[in-house]
Ligand binder design. Structure first.
Ligand code: OSB
Ligand code: MG
Length: 369
Protein backbone atom coordinates (compact mmCIF):
# COMPACT_ATOMS: atom_id res chain seq x y z
CA UNK A 1 0.00 0.00 0.00
CA UNK A 2 1.17 3.50 -0.77
CA UNK A 3 -1.04 6.31 0.52
CA UNK A 4 -0.64 9.62 -1.23
CA UNK A 5 -3.43 11.57 0.44
CA UNK A 6 -5.78 11.38 3.42
CA UNK A 7 -9.07 13.28 3.56
CA UNK A 8 -10.67 13.95 6.94
CA UNK A 9 -14.42 14.43 6.58
CA UNK A 10 -15.66 16.08 9.77
CA UNK A 11 -19.32 15.28 10.30
CA UNK A 12 -22.09 15.60 12.83
CA UNK A 13 -24.61 12.78 13.08
CA UNK A 14 -27.88 12.70 15.04
CA UNK A 15 -29.54 9.70 16.63
CA UNK A 16 -33.17 8.89 15.87
CA UNK A 17 -33.65 8.49 19.64
CA UNK A 18 -31.34 9.32 22.58
CA UNK A 19 -29.25 6.47 24.00
CA UNK A 20 -28.65 6.37 27.79
CA UNK A 21 -25.89 4.48 29.59
CA UNK A 22 -24.64 4.65 33.17
CA UNK A 23 -22.26 7.43 32.08
CA UNK A 24 -24.73 9.66 30.26
CA UNK A 25 -27.11 10.24 27.36
CA UNK A 26 -26.04 10.61 23.73
CA UNK A 27 -28.23 12.46 21.24
CA UNK A 28 -25.74 13.36 18.53
CA UNK A 29 -22.02 13.22 17.99
CA UNK A 30 -19.18 14.38 15.81
CA UNK A 31 -17.57 11.69 13.70
CA UNK A 32 -14.39 12.13 11.72
CA UNK A 33 -14.55 9.98 8.61
CA UNK A 34 -11.06 9.00 7.46
CA UNK A 35 -10.55 8.43 3.73
CA UNK A 36 -7.14 7.16 2.69
CA UNK A 37 -6.37 7.35 -1.03
CA UNK A 38 -3.65 5.20 -2.58
CA UNK A 39 -1.49 5.97 -5.60
CA UNK A 40 -3.96 4.39 -8.03
CA UNK A 41 -6.86 6.40 -6.60
CA UNK A 42 -8.48 3.64 -4.52
CA UNK A 43 -10.17 4.92 -1.34
CA UNK A 44 -10.23 3.11 1.99
CA UNK A 45 -12.59 4.18 4.77
CA UNK A 46 -12.45 4.41 8.55
CA UNK A 47 -14.12 6.50 11.25
CA UNK A 48 -13.46 7.69 14.79
CA UNK A 49 -15.88 5.68 16.95
CA UNK A 50 -15.50 8.22 19.75
CA UNK A 51 -18.21 10.33 21.30
CA UNK A 52 -17.73 14.03 22.00
CA UNK A 53 -17.14 13.51 25.71
CA UNK A 54 -14.44 11.38 27.38
CA UNK A 55 -16.94 9.33 29.40
CA UNK A 56 -16.59 5.84 27.88
CA UNK A 57 -12.82 6.11 27.69
CA UNK A 58 -10.38 9.02 27.73
CA UNK A 59 -10.65 9.80 24.02
CA UNK A 60 -13.01 12.22 22.31
CA UNK A 61 -13.60 12.87 18.63
CA UNK A 62 -11.32 15.89 18.78
CA UNK A 63 -8.45 14.21 20.64
CA UNK A 64 -8.62 11.53 17.96
CA UNK A 65 -8.53 14.12 15.16
CA UNK A 66 -5.55 15.80 16.79
CA UNK A 67 -3.65 12.51 17.11
CA UNK A 68 -4.47 11.60 13.52
CA UNK A 69 -3.31 14.91 12.08
CA UNK A 70 -0.20 15.57 14.13
CA UNK A 71 1.16 12.07 14.74
CA UNK A 72 -0.54 9.12 13.08
CA UNK A 73 -1.24 10.14 9.48
CA UNK A 74 2.29 11.59 8.95
CA UNK A 75 3.68 8.15 9.88
CA UNK A 76 1.91 6.32 7.07
CA UNK A 77 1.76 8.94 4.29
CA UNK A 78 3.97 8.36 1.24
CA UNK A 79 5.46 5.14 2.58
CA UNK A 80 5.56 1.68 1.06
CA UNK A 81 3.60 -0.53 3.45
CA UNK A 82 3.62 -4.26 2.72
CA UNK A 83 0.51 -5.28 4.65
CA UNK A 84 -2.00 -3.57 6.99
CA UNK A 85 -1.04 -5.94 9.80
CA UNK A 86 2.18 -3.97 10.34
CA UNK A 87 0.38 -0.67 10.91
CA UNK A 88 -0.46 -1.37 14.55
CA UNK A 89 3.29 -1.60 15.25
CA UNK A 90 4.07 1.42 13.08
CA UNK A 91 1.69 3.47 15.24
CA UNK A 92 2.78 2.06 18.59
CA UNK A 93 5.21 4.98 19.13
CA UNK A 94 2.08 6.88 20.23
CA UNK A 95 0.89 5.67 23.64
CA UNK A 96 -2.77 4.59 23.86
CA UNK A 97 -5.20 6.65 21.73
CA UNK A 98 -6.51 3.37 20.34
CA UNK A 99 -9.65 4.80 18.74
CA UNK A 100 -7.62 7.32 16.76
CA UNK A 101 -5.25 4.57 15.60
CA UNK A 102 -8.13 2.27 14.65
CA UNK A 103 -9.78 4.96 12.50
CA UNK A 104 -6.66 4.99 10.33
CA UNK A 105 -5.76 1.30 10.54
CA UNK A 106 -9.23 0.08 9.50
CA UNK A 107 -9.16 2.41 6.46
CA UNK A 108 -5.81 0.86 5.48
CA UNK A 109 -7.27 -2.67 5.65
CA UNK A 110 -10.12 -1.53 3.41
CA UNK A 111 -7.79 -0.11 0.77
CA UNK A 112 -5.58 -3.23 0.98
CA UNK A 113 -8.54 -5.58 0.49
CA UNK A 114 -9.83 -3.54 -2.47
CA UNK A 115 -6.39 -3.47 -4.11
CA UNK A 116 -6.08 -7.25 -3.73
CA UNK A 117 -9.55 -7.98 -5.07
CA UNK A 118 -10.87 -9.31 -1.75
CA UNK A 119 -13.63 -8.54 0.67
CA UNK A 120 -12.47 -7.28 4.06
CA UNK A 121 -13.56 -10.48 5.81
CA UNK A 122 -11.49 -12.55 3.36
CA UNK A 123 -8.28 -10.71 4.20
CA UNK A 124 -9.08 -10.90 7.93
CA UNK A 125 -9.59 -14.67 7.80
CA UNK A 126 -13.36 -14.66 8.25
CA UNK A 127 -15.28 -17.85 7.53
CA UNK A 128 -18.95 -16.94 8.03
CA UNK A 129 -21.29 -15.83 5.24
CA UNK A 130 -23.78 -14.30 7.67
CA UNK A 131 -23.60 -13.13 11.26
CA UNK A 132 -26.14 -13.27 14.09
CA UNK A 133 -27.05 -9.85 15.43
CA UNK A 134 -27.89 -8.53 18.90
CA UNK A 135 -29.42 -5.25 20.04
CA UNK A 136 -28.18 -2.99 22.83
CA UNK A 137 -30.95 -1.11 24.65
CA UNK A 138 -30.17 2.04 26.66
CA UNK A 139 -31.52 2.67 30.17
CA UNK A 140 -35.28 3.34 30.05
CA UNK A 141 -37.45 5.46 32.35
CA UNK A 142 -39.39 2.48 33.71
CA UNK A 143 -39.17 -1.34 33.67
CA UNK A 144 -42.39 -1.42 31.61
CA UNK A 145 -40.85 0.71 28.90
CA UNK A 146 -37.88 -1.63 28.82
CA UNK A 147 -40.10 -4.70 28.52
CA UNK A 148 -41.90 -3.03 25.61
CA UNK A 149 -38.62 -2.26 23.82
CA UNK A 150 -37.36 -5.81 24.36
CA UNK A 151 -40.59 -7.15 22.86
CA UNK A 152 -40.16 -4.96 19.81
CA UNK A 153 -36.59 -6.12 19.17
CA UNK A 154 -37.36 -9.80 19.83
CA UNK A 155 -40.10 -9.51 17.24
CA UNK A 156 -37.68 -7.93 14.78
CA UNK A 157 -35.57 -11.07 15.13
CA UNK A 158 -32.55 -9.97 17.15
CA UNK A 159 -30.60 -12.98 18.45
CA UNK A 160 -29.44 -11.36 21.68
CA UNK A 161 -30.82 -8.56 23.81
CA UNK A 162 -28.45 -6.41 25.84
CA UNK A 163 -29.85 -4.15 28.53
CA UNK A 164 -27.89 -1.26 30.03
CA UNK A 165 -28.04 -1.28 33.82
CA UNK A 166 -26.93 0.96 36.71
CA UNK A 167 -27.70 1.00 40.46
CA UNK A 168 -31.41 1.80 40.73
CA UNK A 169 -32.12 0.51 37.22
CA UNK A 170 -31.04 -3.10 37.45
CA UNK A 171 -32.69 -5.95 39.42
CA UNK A 172 -36.21 -4.69 38.94
CA UNK A 173 -35.64 -4.01 35.23
CA UNK A 174 -34.01 -7.38 34.48
CA UNK A 175 -36.66 -9.13 36.58
CA UNK A 176 -39.45 -7.50 34.59
CA UNK A 177 -37.89 -8.55 31.27
CA UNK A 178 -37.35 -12.13 32.46
CA UNK A 179 -40.91 -12.42 33.70
CA UNK A 180 -42.27 -11.62 30.24
CA UNK A 181 -39.45 -13.25 28.21
CA UNK A 182 -38.09 -16.20 30.22
CA UNK A 183 -36.06 -17.67 27.34
CA UNK A 184 -34.73 -14.71 25.39
CA UNK A 185 -30.90 -14.64 25.16
CA UNK A 186 -30.39 -11.73 27.55
CA UNK A 187 -27.40 -9.92 29.02
CA UNK A 188 -26.71 -6.76 31.01
CA UNK A 189 -24.07 -4.05 30.48
CA UNK A 190 -23.15 -1.95 33.55
CA UNK A 191 -20.44 0.28 32.01
CA UNK A 192 -18.53 0.28 35.31
CA UNK A 193 -21.42 1.42 37.51
CA UNK A 194 -20.60 -0.87 40.47
CA UNK A 195 -17.86 -1.64 43.01
CA UNK A 196 -17.02 -4.67 45.15
CA UNK A 197 -19.35 -3.22 47.79
CA UNK A 198 -22.15 -4.35 45.47
CA UNK A 199 -21.26 -8.08 45.56
CA UNK A 200 -24.40 -9.04 47.49
CA UNK A 201 -26.51 -6.83 45.26
CA UNK A 202 -25.06 -8.26 42.03
CA UNK A 203 -25.63 -11.81 43.30
CA UNK A 204 -29.34 -11.08 42.94
CA UNK A 205 -28.87 -11.15 39.15
CA UNK A 206 -27.67 -14.76 39.24
CA UNK A 207 -31.19 -16.18 39.24
CA UNK A 208 -32.15 -14.51 35.93
CA UNK A 209 -30.04 -16.76 33.72
CA UNK A 210 -28.19 -13.91 32.01
CA UNK A 211 -25.67 -14.83 29.30
CA UNK A 212 -23.26 -12.44 31.02
CA UNK A 213 -22.83 -9.16 32.84
CA UNK A 214 -20.59 -6.76 30.96
CA UNK A 215 -18.02 -4.56 32.75
CA UNK A 216 -19.67 -4.32 36.17
CA UNK A 217 -16.61 -2.77 37.90
CA UNK A 218 -14.11 0.01 37.21
CA UNK A 219 -13.13 0.80 33.61
CA UNK A 220 -9.45 0.11 34.34
CA UNK A 221 -9.82 -2.94 36.59
CA UNK A 222 -9.01 -6.62 36.12
CA UNK A 223 -8.23 -7.50 39.77
CA UNK A 224 -11.58 -6.80 41.43
CA UNK A 225 -13.40 -8.42 38.50
CA UNK A 226 -11.56 -11.67 39.30
CA UNK A 227 -12.79 -11.42 42.90
CA UNK A 228 -16.35 -10.66 41.79
CA UNK A 229 -16.33 -13.58 39.31
CA UNK A 230 -15.54 -15.97 42.18
CA UNK A 231 -18.64 -14.69 44.02
CA UNK A 232 -21.27 -14.67 41.27
CA UNK A 233 -22.38 -17.36 38.83
CA UNK A 234 -23.29 -14.98 35.99
CA UNK A 235 -20.30 -14.95 33.60
CA UNK A 236 -18.42 -11.65 33.52
CA UNK A 237 -17.59 -10.12 30.14
CA UNK A 238 -14.98 -7.35 29.93
CA UNK A 239 -15.34 -4.35 27.64
CA UNK A 240 -13.65 -1.13 28.91
CA UNK A 241 -10.74 -2.92 30.66
CA UNK A 242 -9.34 -4.60 27.55
CA UNK A 243 -7.23 -2.31 25.35
CA UNK A 244 -4.75 -4.82 23.98
CA UNK A 245 -3.71 -8.43 23.54
CA UNK A 246 -1.66 -8.08 26.75
CA UNK A 247 -4.70 -6.88 28.72
CA UNK A 248 -6.68 -9.86 27.43
CA UNK A 249 -3.90 -12.30 28.31
CA UNK A 250 -3.68 -10.97 31.87
CA UNK A 251 -7.46 -10.92 32.40
CA UNK A 252 -7.75 -14.53 31.22
CA UNK A 253 -4.84 -15.58 33.43
CA UNK A 254 -6.41 -13.90 36.48
CA UNK A 255 -9.89 -15.27 35.84
CA UNK A 256 -11.33 -11.76 35.56
CA UNK A 257 -13.80 -12.76 32.83
CA UNK A 258 -15.25 -15.72 30.96
CA UNK A 259 -16.15 -13.76 27.81
CA UNK A 260 -14.55 -10.80 26.02
CA UNK A 261 -16.24 -8.05 24.04
CA UNK A 262 -13.89 -7.00 21.22
CA UNK A 263 -14.27 -3.46 19.94
CA UNK A 264 -11.96 -2.62 17.05
CA UNK A 265 -11.66 1.00 18.21
CA UNK A 266 -10.96 0.21 21.85
CA UNK A 267 -8.04 -2.10 20.99
CA UNK A 268 -6.48 0.08 18.28
CA UNK A 269 -7.56 -1.71 15.14
CA UNK A 270 -8.26 -4.95 13.31
CA UNK A 271 -4.83 -6.55 13.73
CA UNK A 272 -4.98 -6.34 17.53
CA UNK A 273 -8.61 -7.53 17.40
CA UNK A 274 -7.56 -10.64 15.47
CA UNK A 275 -4.77 -11.37 17.96
CA UNK A 276 -7.21 -11.13 20.88
CA UNK A 277 -9.72 -13.30 19.00
CA UNK A 278 -7.06 -15.98 18.40
CA UNK A 279 -5.86 -15.88 22.01
CA UNK A 280 -9.40 -16.25 23.34
CA UNK A 281 -10.04 -19.16 20.99
CA UNK A 282 -7.09 -21.07 22.45
CA UNK A 283 -8.43 -20.45 25.97
CA UNK A 284 -12.06 -21.33 25.16
CA UNK A 285 -13.15 -17.76 25.86
CA UNK A 286 -15.99 -16.86 23.46
CA UNK A 287 -15.88 -13.36 21.99
CA UNK A 288 -18.43 -11.01 20.45
CA UNK A 289 -18.20 -7.69 18.68
CA UNK A 290 -19.22 -4.65 20.72
CA UNK A 291 -20.72 -1.48 19.29
CA UNK A 292 -19.89 2.20 19.72
CA UNK A 293 -22.93 3.65 17.98
CA UNK A 294 -20.96 3.69 14.74
CA UNK A 295 -22.06 4.91 11.33
CA UNK A 296 -22.23 2.37 8.52
CA UNK A 297 -18.48 2.52 7.88
CA UNK A 298 -17.25 1.18 11.23
CA UNK A 299 -20.35 -0.99 11.44
CA UNK A 300 -19.14 -2.63 8.22
CA UNK A 301 -15.71 -3.28 9.77
CA UNK A 302 -17.55 -4.93 12.69
CA UNK A 303 -19.61 -7.13 10.37
CA UNK A 304 -16.53 -8.38 8.51
CA UNK A 305 -14.61 -9.05 11.73
CA UNK A 306 -17.54 -10.97 13.21
CA UNK A 307 -17.11 -13.46 10.34
CA UNK A 308 -14.11 -14.89 12.25
CA UNK A 309 -14.79 -18.28 13.84
CA UNK A 310 -14.63 -17.48 17.57
CA UNK A 311 -17.29 -14.74 17.36
CA UNK A 312 -19.80 -17.26 18.65
CA UNK A 313 -22.04 -14.81 20.55
CA UNK A 314 -24.21 -12.30 18.64
CA UNK A 315 -22.62 -8.83 18.70
CA UNK A 316 -23.96 -5.27 19.02
CA UNK A 317 -23.97 -5.00 15.25
CA UNK A 318 -27.55 -3.86 14.67
CA UNK A 319 -27.86 -2.05 11.31
CA UNK A 320 -26.55 1.52 11.71
CA UNK A 321 -29.72 2.86 10.05
CA UNK A 322 -31.45 1.83 13.30
CA UNK A 323 -29.55 4.61 15.02
CA UNK A 324 -28.86 7.46 12.64
CA UNK A 325 -31.13 9.84 10.80
CA UNK A 326 -28.70 9.94 7.87
CA UNK A 327 -26.44 6.95 7.49
CA UNK A 328 -23.80 7.28 4.79
CA UNK A 329 -23.36 3.83 3.30
CA UNK A 330 -25.19 2.36 0.35
CA UNK A 331 -26.81 -0.02 0.07
CA UNK A 332 -28.23 0.43 3.54
CA UNK A 333 -27.11 -2.28 5.99
CA UNK A 334 -30.03 -4.65 6.42
CA UNK A 335 -30.86 -7.49 8.76
CA UNK A 336 -33.16 -10.42 8.06
CA UNK A 337 -34.41 -12.80 10.74
CA UNK A 338 -31.61 -11.58 13.01
CA UNK A 339 -28.83 -12.13 10.48
CA UNK A 340 -26.71 -9.75 8.40
CA UNK A 341 -25.05 -11.07 5.25
CA UNK A 342 -21.30 -10.47 5.19
CA UNK A 343 -20.76 -8.48 1.97
CA UNK A 344 -18.77 -10.28 -0.73
CA UNK A 345 -17.90 -7.12 -2.65
CA UNK A 346 -14.44 -5.56 -2.40
CA UNK A 347 -13.24 -4.12 0.91
CA UNK A 348 -15.97 -3.08 3.35
CA UNK A 349 -18.48 -3.93 0.64
CA UNK A 350 -20.56 -0.79 0.97
CA UNK A 351 -20.21 2.41 -1.05
CA UNK A 352 -20.00 5.77 0.66
CA UNK A 353 -22.97 7.89 -0.39
CA UNK A 354 -21.19 11.19 -1.16
CA UNK A 355 -24.49 13.08 -1.30
CA UNK A 356 -25.44 11.94 2.18
CA UNK A 357 -21.93 12.61 3.40
CA UNK A 358 -22.28 16.19 2.16
CA UNK A 359 -25.46 16.56 4.20
CA UNK A 360 -23.75 15.79 7.50
CA UNK A 361 -20.40 17.39 6.65
CA UNK A 362 -19.22 20.31 8.81
CA UNK A 363 -15.74 20.66 7.30
CA UNK A 364 -13.21 18.62 5.39
CA UNK A 365 -9.45 18.77 5.02
CA UNK A 366 -6.90 17.11 2.78
CA UNK A 367 -3.61 15.94 4.22
CA UNK A 368 -0.69 15.17 1.93
CA UNK A 369 3.01 15.87 2.23
O1 OSB B 1 -20.50 -0.23 26.49
O2 OSB B 1 -21.04 -1.29 24.74
C1 OSB B 1 -20.92 -0.22 25.34
C2 OSB B 1 -22.34 2.64 23.19
C3 OSB B 1 -21.44 3.64 23.48
C4 OSB B 1 -20.44 3.40 24.39
C5 OSB B 1 -20.31 2.14 24.99
C6 OSB B 1 -21.18 1.12 24.69
C7 OSB B 1 -22.24 1.39 23.80
C8 OSB B 1 -23.25 0.42 23.41
C9 OSB B 1 -23.87 0.62 22.07
O3 OSB B 1 -23.65 -0.47 24.13
C10 OSB B 1 -24.05 -0.61 21.32
C11 OSB B 1 -24.29 -0.32 19.87
O4 OSB B 1 -23.49 0.40 19.22
O5 OSB B 1 -25.26 -0.83 19.34
MG1 MG C 1 -20.06 -2.20 27.03
Amino acid sequence: IYIKEVVLHHTRVSLKAPFTTSFGTIQSKDVCIVEVIDESGISGWGETVTSNEPYYNEETTYTAVYMLKDFLIPRILQKKISHPKVIHNMLSFVRRNQIAKAALETAMWDVFAKKNGNSLSEVLGGIKKEIAVGKSIGIQETPDQLVEKVGMYVKEGFKKIKVKIAPGADIEYIGAVRKKYPDVPLMADANSAYTLEHIEHLKKLDKYNLMMIEQPLAHDDIIDHAILQKNISTPICLDESIHSYEDARKAIELGSCKIINIKIGRVGGLQESIRIHDLCKVHNIPVWCGGMLETGIARAHNIHMTALSNFTIPGDTAPSSHYWKDDIVKPEITMENGYIQVPEELGIGYEIDREKLKKILTRSERIYS
